[in-house]
Write a protein that binds this ligand. Structure first.
Ligand code: TNX
Length: 541
């Protein structure tokens, strides 16, 4: 549910930022429109020679080019051998290809040739795939539909960028001959979206889901509550959303997801093989809840709603029993909406919670999450308490983070706490690219494309074995962002780099190769209408 936007809620600053952003995007589009005579580079925009197999992001684990290409024609069928869910992947592929090719591309379970999606045993793991392409057809093989889906993303990138347009294009639709065999390095490849600082509608979230699915991410972490807004309906505490969700940073109208809205997001994410990880941030970052229910405050007085951008000033009342009734009700209702394994309990920047109280709070709350069948995820401050067995900690420090804090995280990792790496000076999509970026923050420094890509998650934190690293995640905080295009402008082109760190073998890591492959994504984003930052570090075509 999104309330009517109150126009006076948009600050002059936001309007100005938005103006310059639109300008950047418009200039980008104009550049493209002004150079049609040059002719597109082979295989990237609408060139005639097919895209080489190794031009894909994330870089595939292994590529073996050879043989003549396959050509998609009006006679091509998409044949699916596998369970019903696999057929859904076939329909998804047809949905991508039909508008631009103009071909019928029926999805069938018989016939030979064409594009075949096959579920079969093989060394692919649960998310990997093999793609074989030759003149008589393309065969995508995977152990299950998730692998087929990721293989489909590879296939998309092997076709000319115009395949992403929603109107009929001339083609031809060639796919290079050869074999790609691929599976991910890490099991956790996430993107986080903060829907609390600014609210994003179900459609806006779906649009973001479609963008991140292109790069084989498999987790969508939703930051559902913070000081500025509570964004999910909780039946047992209805004022959380109704009142606590009624504003956002800058005083705009905010909004919240009804349970049906939320189920729709979860369903849509699952159709793109993304597991939704809901986060309720506690015990800090809770002003919206404290404002909604006076009894949650130690002094029994509800604070006003908050629309600024400070952090660290709010805390649940750790000593009050009602706090745990509240936590249990919220965890129960959210767990019931969550088919995924994880529930994120925040735990960051609890500057207004005395340390012993923080520890006591986490001692009590983690078992509640377990009782409702979920695995705890917390920001890495959770390692300052005792992470529950099996819990994951999400590291968001930076180069300048103190050695003691890093060592606490490393020690927890050596003791079995899995790590998700989101270093703020690499993976935070809300950091400005440089001093001129019209949106975003810079507390972790400027994060240009190379800085964001050029690190190794397996060797990032001293004293942490690669086996403790579950993967990577790109958080997008939204203090300065309130439209889908602004989200994209910050996430693209950095997010594909984090996706590659999560998916590709360390041996493929190479900035020169990466920046050139990234340049090849530009025409795709133009075709899709993705707003992106034309970083000077990337040789855009
Ligand atoms: C830090 S990272 C925060 C967020 C802010 C973000 C802005 C983390 C766990 N907490 O509350 O939105 O910085 O970049």
């Amino acid at each position: 549910m999104r309330r009517q936007r109150r126009h006076h809620g948009t600050t002059p600053r936001t309007t100005r930022l938005l103006g310059s952003l639109l300008l950047v995007v418009a200039v980008g589009a104009a550049t493209v429109a002004a150079t049609p005579a040059r002719g597109p580079a082979p295989g990237t925009a609408s060139g005639r020679s097919p895209v080489p197999l190794d031009r894909v992001i994330p870089a595939p684990a292994s590529v073996d080019p050879g043989g003549r290409p396959y050509r998609i024609t009006e006679k091509t069928r998409i044949r699916v051998d596998g369970p019903r869910e696999a057929r859904g992947v076939g329909e998804y592929l047809a949905g991508v290809l039909r508008p631009s090719t103009g071909y019928p591309l029926p999805v069938t379970d018989r016939g030979t040739g064409g594009i075949r999606l096959r579920v079969a045993e093989g060394p692919y793991g649960s998310e990997g795939y093999r793609l074989r392409s030759g003149p008589s057809g393309i065969t995508l093989t995977a152990a299950g539909p998730a692998g087929l889906f990721h293989g489909v993303q590879t296939l998309r990138q092997l076709l000319p960028a115009d395949v992403e347009r929603r109107t009929r294009q001339p083609g031809p639709w060639l796919v290079t001959g050869g074999t790609v065999t691929d599976s991910p390095r890490f099991g956790w490849r996430g993107a986080m979206l903060d829907v609390s600082r600014h609210f994003f509608s179900v459609d806006e979230v779906k649009r973001y889901i479609d963008r991140i699915a292109l790069y084989k991410l498999n987790k969508l972490h939703l930051h559902l509550s913070d000081d500025q807004g509570w964004r999910i309906a909780i039946d047992s505490w209805p004022r959380l959303a109704a009142y606590g969700g009624s504003t956002e940073v800058g005083g705009g109208p905010g909004g919240f997801y009804t349970k049906d809205d939320y189920r729709e997001i979860v369903r849509y994410a699952a159709s793109r093989y993304l597991e939704v990880v809901p986060e309720i941030d506690m015990p800090g970052h809770t002003n919206a809840a404290l404002a909604s229910y006076a009894e949650l405050n130690c002094d029994g007085v509800a604070p006003p709603l908050y629309t600024g951008t400070q952090v660290g000033f709010s805390s649940l009342c750790v000593g009050k029993e009602v706090t745990y009734d509240f936590v249990e009700d919220v965890v129960r209702e959210i767990a019931a909406l969550t088919p995924g394994r994880y529930l994120h309990i925040g735990g960051d920047e609890a500057h207004s919670t005395p340390h012993e109280e923080y520890v006591a709070f986490m001692e009590r709350v983690q078992p509640v999450v377990a009782r409702y069948g979920k695995t705890v995820v917390g920001w890495h401050q959770l390692t300052g308490a005792t992470p529950a067995k099996g819990a994951l900690a999400q590291y968001w420090g930076l180069d300048g983070t103190g050695a003691a804090e890093k060592e606490r995280v490393a020690e927890a990792a050596r003791n079995g706490t899995g790590l998700i790496l989101s270093p703020a000076d690499r993976a935070y999509m809300d950091m400005k690219y440089d001093a001129n970026t019209p949106l975003g923050l810079s507390w972790a420094g400027y994060v240009e494309v190379r800085r964001s890509y050029d690190w190794d998650p397996g060797a990032y934190l001293e004293g942490v074995p690669e086996s403790a690293v579950r993967g990577v995640e790109a958080p997008l905080w939204t203090e300065t962002l309130d439209e889908a295009g602004e989200l994209e402008f910050m996430a693209f082109p950095r997010l594909p780099g984090i996706a590659e760190l999560g998916w590709s073998p360390a041996g493929t890591h190479d900035w020169e190769s990466y920046r050139s492959r990234l340049a090849g994504q530009g025409p795709r984003w133009e075709a899709m209408g993705v707003s992106f930052y034309r970083s000077p570090q990337v040789p855009w075509e």
